[in-house]
Design a protein. Structure first.
Length: 82
């Protein structure tokens, strides 16, 4: 798992939409969905439920996003305070 993977999940969850998240991440919708599937496979569970274009965090996804936000914030603080 890399920091970029955390960012993909957080951005997708916060946007609530494949259509909005893909351009924000600089990727196509198909590439975003493929990346999310790979991340979910690596973690062994669904993080986001797809309802058409909408993305809704699962219970696992809500926990993952919360922890990922914390890690990304810590990383950002580390970089900006160096």
């Amino acid at each position: 798992m890399e920091l970029r993977h955390l960012n993909v999940v957080v951005t997708a969850a916060e946007s609530g939409s494949v259509r909005r998240a893909a351009p924000a991440l600089g990727m196509s919708q198909a590439a975003l969905l493929a990346q999310l599937r790979r991340i979910e496979t690596a973690l062994g569970g669904a993080l986001l439920r797809r309802d058409g274009d909408q993305l809704v965090p699962t219970d696992l996804g809500r926990d993952f996003v919360e922890r990922a936000r914390e890690l990304l914030a810590r990383f950002e603080a580390l970089i900006t305070h160096s």
